[in-house]
Design a binder for this molecule. Structure first.
Ligand SMILES: C[S@@+](CC[C@H](N)C(=O)[O-])C[C@H]1O[C@@H](n2cnc3c(N)ncnc32)[C@H](O)[C@@H]1O
Length: 339
């Protein structure tokens, strides 16, 4: 998973507190996003895909045959190998109850595989009208036309907030531009990407399939702020939580005592943490964040009891929910050159 490179990039990212920026710093022209060197490496890395015959017999039967590297709106078309698609859908726990959206769906293989192999209905959003038509033909050939849709459109102008799984194989800078929208989705939404990550929003899980990187994020609930609870001890408990993306840290506080939280963890709307209470007991909380209520169970060596806490005041914005910084954008662009 190219961890040394990632460490280098991470080190660069954290080197300074960066100013805010907009799209104008995007380092690439819309229709030719890679430098010629990076483009060659990008194409070379997918040569195996073509060699493996991933374009398939159904595609071959069509009059229009897309070529690898076909110029797209913000990034060229290259397909995700089937093995990576399957792995990412497994990591996302895809099933018939989900709704998948593939942002930049190309020939539609991600959406088609989800419907065919996981029973997951889906939408592919693709700027290239010819690819949209082509994907519809493939869906027909695969017998999933009634479960999938392909829409011609720009991913930056599409409402995909209803999806429970979002798939992307775009570019690092494009992932960052979409990040605020993705982080604002319903808690528990799963986002999977082939190849590129989302900068400071570290994935919940990384995978490597035949030398290629894949990632999973689970959109976190907003657990930040001050929560008041009665935990059954003599003094009322306050939890003070700070959240950046899905990472949470903070304090448990009583009248004249405070203590840091052990290994707080947030996955979707599930919050788990532990602390030593004023009596010296280790308390382990397993709770659901339901808007401004925290509802769960406190377990200790003495047994378990229910805990309900209410947020005091407004929920603060999740750290990282704004636009990516200039420096993060530049680090993402530099990543392409190293790829
Ligand atoms: C690298 S391919 C990935 C295709 C497919 N998601 C997969 O994983 O096999 C990226 C696709 O995004 C499309 N695309 C590029 N910019 C887009 C935009 N702004 N809106 C919609 N589609 C876009 C390209 O035409 C291309 O088909």
């Amino acid at each position: 998973m190219r961890s040394r490179r990632n460490a280098k990039v991470a080190a660069r990212r954290s080197a300074a507190a960066p100013p805010r920026t907009g799209d104008s710093v995007l380092p690439v022209a819309p229709s030719n996003p890679l430098s010629s060197g990076a483009r060659r490496r990008f194409l070379a890395s997918t040569a195996a895909v073509a060699a493996a015959g991933l374009l398939g017999p159904a595609a071959a039967a069509e009059t229009f045959e897309p070529q690898l590297g076909r110029v797209g709106r913000d990034v060229m078309w290259l397909p995700t190998p089937d093995s990576m698609i399957e792995r990412l859908l497994r990591m996302a726990g895809a099933g018939p109850q989900d709704k998948l959206v593939d942002l930049g769906s190309g020939d539609g293989r991600f959406v088609i595989a989800a419907a065919r192999d996981f029973g997951t209905p889906g939408l592919g959003v693709e700027y290239d009208a010819k690819m949209v038509e082509y994907a519809r033909g493939l869906a027909e050939a695969e017998g999933v036309a009634d479960q999938v849709k392909f829409a011609q459109g720009d991913v930056f102008e599409t409402d995909f907030s209803y999806a429970s799984i979002v798939a992307m194989y775009l570019l690092p800078t494009l992932n960052l531009r979409l990040r605020p929208q993705l982080l604002a989705m319903a808690p528990g939404t799963r986002i999977v990407t082939h190849a590129f990550d989302m900068g400071a929003w570290t994935p919940d899980e990384r995978t490597e399939v035949q030398g290629r990187d894949g990632h999973l994020w689970i959109v976190p609930a907003n657990a930040g702020g001050v929560w008041r609870a009665e935990d059954g001890t003599s003094q009322p408990l306050t939890l003070e939580l700070e959240q950046t993306f899905q990472r949470v840290q903070g304090l448990a506080r009583w009248t004249d005592l405070a203590t840091s939280l052990r290994e707080p963890r947030l996955s979707g709307n599930r919050l788990q943490l532990a602390y030593t209470d004023p009596a010296g007991e280790l308390q382990q909380l397993d709770a659901a964040v339901e808007a401004d209520t925290l509802r769960g169970v406190l377990r200790s060596a003495r047994g378990e009891r229910a805990l309900i806490a209410r947020r005091v005041g407004e929920a603060p914005a999740i750290g990282g929910s704004g636009a990516a910084s200039n420096e993060e954008m530049q680090a993402a662009a530099a990543l392409l050159g190293e790829w």
